[in-house]
Design a protein around this ligand. Sequence first.
Ligand code: EPU
Length: 289
Amino acid sequence: MRDPMSLARRDEPMARHTTFRFGGPADYFVEPRNADELALALDTCREQRLETFPLGMGSNLLVRDAGVRGAVIYLGGLEPGRMTREGRKVVASAGVKLPKLLRFACDQGLAGLEALIGIPGTVGGAVVMNAGGRYGTIGEFVTCVHALDRSGAAVRIGGAEAGFGNRTSNLGPYLVTAVELELPPGEPPVLAARAQAILAEKKKSQPLSAKSAGCVFKNPPGQSAGRLIDEAGLKGHAVGGAMVSHKHANFIVNRGDARAADVLELIELIRERVRSRFQIALELEVKVW
Ligand code: EPU
């Protein structure tokens, strides 16, 4: 077996691996192709006392300008083509892209995932953060998660044990390698039409083609973070290259030359305004490295 650490890239710019398109270098950048290589990489990192940072598509991630001290482990290379179906059950490798899984399920006449259209990410990343929106989340359909713990030991976690909540799960300590889902049946043309309708609605209200990390803050209970930021008058407000989207106030977009520091400053400004205006503390949805 190839030793993935021997192929690790040094000082890899994280701007290449995040949808925000900024972020400093990672000391090491490793791309295991399967669970065995992943276990080997974890082993080596432990021996060398390198902190590990699991990465999917980088679509919900803010990497600081100073970069990452340790090893980023890119999980989008984990068998990115492996999807199988048996009855209502679908098994997908963690490296499969979410849009690809969605298309596969729709074509196979399996429903539910069309609610996730327009979300960029890997299946592994989507499960760890319980990706979704108004029409549903991936966690609702997960029956089993296959993962490695940080020591490289294989574990299986049942859907009920995964603790899926509002953009969260208790899978954070693990590295997901594959996911089993159970999906209700549906008619492929009906599912495709539903996906297109949801996407059209999203395109109207979200800056989907901008460089962003999606929604920056979680919705506070019973509230909409986007509406609060909008009502605080912050649409279009900019710090350096970072700006609150005109289309949806819970998106911060990189206008081209944003640094992480710009976005972090804008995040603090938004929190401060929303706190003083509505006495509500906004919690970050995006992950910061
Ligand atoms: N609103 C405003 N101004 C804005 C944005 C929104 O007034 O700038 C209002 C809308 O008019 C609406 C309400 O706020 O009445 C809620 O907005 P929206 O329907 O856009 O949904 P959201 O709660 O802001 C959530 C998810 C999105 C997901 C959408 C659609 C969170 C934090 N956000 O947004 O998820 O795409 O529903 O399903 O849960 C993400 O996780 O990255 C994300 C974008």
